[in-house]
Design a protein around this ligand. Structure first.
Ligand code: NDP
Ligand code: 2IT
Length: 444
C-alpha cells in the first residue's frame, strides 16, 4: 500500500462516519501521489498525517432566546485546520445540515484553495446547525451575538479571520462584527465580507460569482471560445449564484435556470437577475415567486431536474453533492462544454469521473470559487493598511488572481503529465506551497 493510501485508510478509521470529510480527503490525497513520490522526505516527516489532522477543533454551545421566549441551543464549530502559510481563513456556515464532517471537509478544501490564491492565508472553517430560514432579524441577531460571545476568544485579525458561507451574509457578518467589537474593544479586520461603512471591501459581495466566471472565461479563451450566446445553468440563488449569473450575462451568455432548495425556475428568455436579487436579497422569499412575476417562466418543484436542461455551461453554486453521477450523465449527454464549480464539492466523486471522461472542461471548486476568499484577503490587506480601494482596482486584482490560478493549475497538471486534469492541477499547485511551508516549520 502506498503512503497516500495508508494515510487515507487511517483517516477513515480514525474519523468514522465523517462521510463528507472522507470524500474531500479521497479526492485530494489520491491526486497527490506524483508529488509525494517525488518527495520521499514527506513521509518521514508524517506530512500527510499532519496535513489531514486539524491544528485545532473548537466545539461550543450556542444558547439563545427565540421570539416566543423559548430558550434554544445550537452547536457551534470552528475548525482551525492549517496555519502554515497565514492566519486561518474561511467562512462560517449556518445550516441545519452542518456537523463536524461538513466543517472538516470545507476546512480541508479551504487550505488548498487559499494557497492557490497566492495570498498569505491559512485554512479554517466554522458554523452552526442553526437554521436562519424563517427567523426574525432579532432572532438572527441574538444567535449571532451568542455565537460570537464564545468565538471571540479564538479568532483575531492575525489569528483567524472568518467570513460568510451558506446562511451567513452581510446581515450576519454585521451582527457578529458588532459583538466582537463590543467584547474586545477593537475595530479590526477580524471578519471579512463586512459592510462598506465599517471596513468592508468593494466587490467582495460579487467576488465568488464573478471570479468563477472570470476563470471559466479564461478556460474558454484558451480554446478560442467565449461566453457569447452560451446557454448556462446556475444552481442555487444565493450570494455565489446571483453574481455568477450576473457576470455570465454581462459577457453575453443566457442563464436559463436557477434554484433554491425547494425547486427550480426555467426562463427561456434568460433569467432577469434584478428580479432574483429583489426576491432573495431584499424580500428573502422562495424562488417560485419568480414564475408569478416573470411571464414565460416556469417553476418546477424539486432541484435535480435542473441538470436535465440542455446547456453549454453548468455552474453549480448551491451546496455539496448537488450533482450526482446520474445528473452528470445528463449534462454530458446534452453536450455540456464547461462545468465550473461555484459551490464547495458540488459534484460527487462519481460525477467528477463522468465529467473527466467526457470532452467537457471541468474546473474544480477549490480553484474556480477561490475569488471569494481571495477578495477577503484583499479586504484584510485594505484593513491592515487603513486603505480603501476602488471597485475597479479590486475587480482588476480579482480577475488577475483568477487567471493566474487557472494557469498555475494548468501548468501543475502538465508538469506531472496530466494535461487538462484540473482536479490534479489544483490539488498539486495548492499543496506544493503548503507542504513547503510545513517542512520549513519543523515538526509542529
Ligand atoms: P447562500 O446561503 O447565499 O445561498 C445558498 C444557495 O444554495 C441558496 O439558494 C440555497 O437555497 C441553496 N441551497 C443550500 N442548500 C441546499 C440544498 N441542500 N439543496 C438545494 N439548494 C440548497 O450561500 P452562498 O451562495 O454563499 O454559498 C453557496 C455555495 O458556495 C456553498 O457551497 C459555499 O460553501 C460556496 N462558496 C461560497 C463563497 C462565498 O463567498 N459566499 C465562496 C466560495 C464558495 P435555500 O435558500 O432554499 O436554502
Ligand atoms: O468557501 C469559501 O471560500 C468561502 N465561504 C469564503 C471564505 C472567506 O473567508 O471569504
Amino acid at each position: 500500500m502506498s503512503y497516500v493510501q495508508r494515510v487515507l485508510e487511517e483517516l477513515k478509521a480514525k474519523n468514522p462516519g465523517e462521510t463528507e470529510f472522507h470524500q474531500a480527503a479521497t479526492e485530494i490525497l489520491l491526486t497527490l501521489e506524483p508529488v509525494i513520490n517525488a518527495h520521499p522526505e514527506y513521509e518521514k516527516a508524517a506530512l500527510l498525517e499532519r496535513f489531514t489532522e486539524p491544528e485545532r477543533v473548537i466545539l461550543f454551545r450556542v444558547p439563545w432566546v427565540d421570539d416566543s421566549g423559548k430558550v434554544r441551543v445550537n452547536k457551534g464549530y470552528r475548525v482551525q485546520f492549517n496555519s502554515a502559510i497565514g492566519p486561518y481563513k474561511g467562512g462560517l456556515r449556518f445550516h441545519p445540515s452542518v456537523n463536524l464532517s461538513v466543517i472538516k471537509f470545507l476546512g480541508l478544501e479551504q487550505i488548498l484553495k487559499n494557497s492557490l490564491t497566492s495570498l498569505p492565508i491559512g485554512g479554517g472553517k466554522g458554523g452552526s446547525d442553526f437554521d436562519p430560514k424563517g427567523k426574525s432579524d432579532r432572532e438572527i441577531m441574538a444567535f449571532c451575538q451568542s455565537f460570537m460571545t464564545e468565538l471571540y476568544r479564538h479568532v483575531g485579525a492575525d489569528t483567524d479571520v472568518p467570513a460568510g458561507d451558506i446562511g451567513v451574509g452581510a446581515r450576519e457578518v454585521g451582527y457578529l462584527f458588532g459583538q466582537y467589537k463590543r467584547i474586545c474593544n477593537e475595530h479590526v479586520g477580524v471578519l471579512t465580507g463586512r459592510g462598506l461603512s465599517y471596513g468592508g471591501s468593494l466587490i467582495r459581495k460579487e467576488a465568488t460569482g464573478y471570479g468563477l466566471v472570470y476563470m471559466t472565461a479564461e478556460a474558454m479563451k484558451m480554446r478560442g471560445d467565449n461566453f457569447e450566446g452560451k446557454t448556462v445553468l446556475v444552481s442555487g440563488s444565493g450570494n455565489v449564484a446571483i453574481y455568477a449569473c450576473e457576470k455570465a450575462q454581462q459577457l453575453g451568455a443566457k442563464v436559463v435556470a436557477m434554484y433554491d432548495s425547494n425547486g427550480y425556475i426555467y426562463d427561456p428568455n434568460g433569467i432577469q437577475i434584478e428580479v432574483i436579487k429583489q426576491l432573495k436579497e431584499v424580500e428573502r422569499v422562495r424562488i417560485k415567486e419568480y414564475a408569478t412575476r416573470v411571464p414565460g417562466s416556469t417553476y418546477t418543484e424539486g432541484c435535480k431536474g435542473i441538470w436535465t436542461i440542455p446547456c453549454d455551461v453548468a455552474l453549480p453554486c448551491a451546496t455539496q453533492n448537488e450533482i450526482d453521477e446520474e445528473s452528470a450523465k445528463y449534462l454530458v449527454k446534452n453536450g455540456v462544454k464547461y462545468v465550473a464549480e461555484g459551490a464547495n464539492m458540488p459534484s460527487t466523486l462519481e460525477a467528477i469521473e463522468v465529467f473527466q471522461k467526457s470532452s467537457a472542461v471541468f474546473l474544480p471548486a477549490k480553484a474556480a470559487n477561490a475569488g471569494g476568499v481571495a477578495t477577503s484577503a484583499l479586504e484584510m490587506a485594505q484593513s491592515s493598511g487603513r486603505l480603501f480601494w476602488s471597485a475597479e482596482e479590486v475587480d482588476a486584482k480579482l480577475k488577475t488572481i483568477m487567471i493566474n490560478i487557472y494557469h498555475n493549475m494548468d501548468n501543475a497538471a502538465k508538469k506531472y503529465g496530466y494535461e487538462g486534469n484540473y482536479v490534479m492541477g489544483a490539488n498539486i499547485a495548492g499543496f506544493e506551497k503548503v507542504a513547503d511551508a510545513m517542512m520549513a516549520h519543523g515538526i509542529v
